[in-house]
Design a protein around this ligand. Structure first.
Ligand code: SF4
Ligand code: SF4
Length: 237
């Protein structure tokens, strides 16, 4: 998502969660981060204050648990005050940053009891937002195309980018494909490095990128950005 935000040169108002790290290099894709829920109210404020002065489109980026906690109020404000910004909800099916607490999107209460899961799409449509779409966070092209289309729309929209947190117990049990770099094909362009993946580093002497396979979770994003065919999938380990 942050890769697409950079590619499209958008203004991104951020929020509080593990994704706030997107504000730091190499992504540097978040322009504001004030407090929980402020991504959406900041987007609306900037939309009005920058009108006629800055042509860049605005997106608010917020996690699923933060949205349930305090993002929904800002979204009501945005709809009521005729905002047209796009809100991107990063749905990783848990409250990751503070230690995997359950939330209304997980189907469990904080005491671990079953409770009906909130349907995020229906909830948002119920606020009067017609344009609500979901996308797989690992599909770079689809994510970029959807963000581009929705930021060009003169109406509010919400994109739900989904992928479960990699540290969830059910994810830890999974076997992932691994990716590796063919040194002979790597041109050292560093497009893969700019993704900010902890598994990717750059050897400045050799001018080649490297993947630490023990940290790779097989998301394939580096494979998708490499234009030189230097990254290939290897069997899961
Ligand atoms: S994107 Fe491909 S060519 Fe560029 S540094 Fe990474 S592996 Fe090498
Ligand atoms: S496949 Fe994903 S996790 Fe693995 S090195 Fe590439 S970007 Fe990192």
């Amino acid at each position: 998502v942050f890769h697409a935000i950079n590619k499209l040169k958008l203004i991104a108002t951020g929020d509080i969660g593990c994704y706030t790290l997107g504000a730091l290099p190499p992504l540097s894709a978040m322009d504001t981060c004030v407090d929980m829920g402020a991504s959406i109210t900041n987007a609306l404020g900037l939309e009005y204050s920058l009108k006629g002065r800055d042509k860049r489109k605005i997106v608010a980026v917020i996690g699923d648990s933060t949205f349930y906690h305090s993002g929904i109020t800002g979204l009501i404000d945005l709809v009521y005050n005729k905002g047209t910004s796009t809100v991107i909800i990063l749905d990783n099916s848990i409250t990751a940053m503070t230690g995997h607490q359950d939330n209304p999107g997980t189907g469990k209460t904080l005491m671990g009891e079953d409770s009906p899961k909130f349907d995020l799409e229906r909830l948002i449509k119920g606020l009067g937002i017609e344009h609500v779409y979901s996308v797989d966070s690992y599909n770079l092209e689809e994510v970029a195309n959807l963000i581009k289309r929705e930021t060009e729309r003169s109406a509010p929209s919400v994109i739900i980018a989904r992928r479960p947190c990699i540290l969830l117990p059910e994810m830890k049990k999974k076997k992932f494909d691994k990716y590796e770099i063919d040194e002979n094909k790597c041109t050292g362009c560093q497009m893969c490095v700019k993704l900010g993946c902890p598994a990717i580093s750059f050897d400045k002497e050799k001018k080649k990128a490297l993947i630490n396979k023990s940290l790779c979770v097989g998301c394939s994003l580096c494979f998708q950005v490499c234009k030189f065919g230097a990254i290939k999938k290897v069997q899961g380990e």
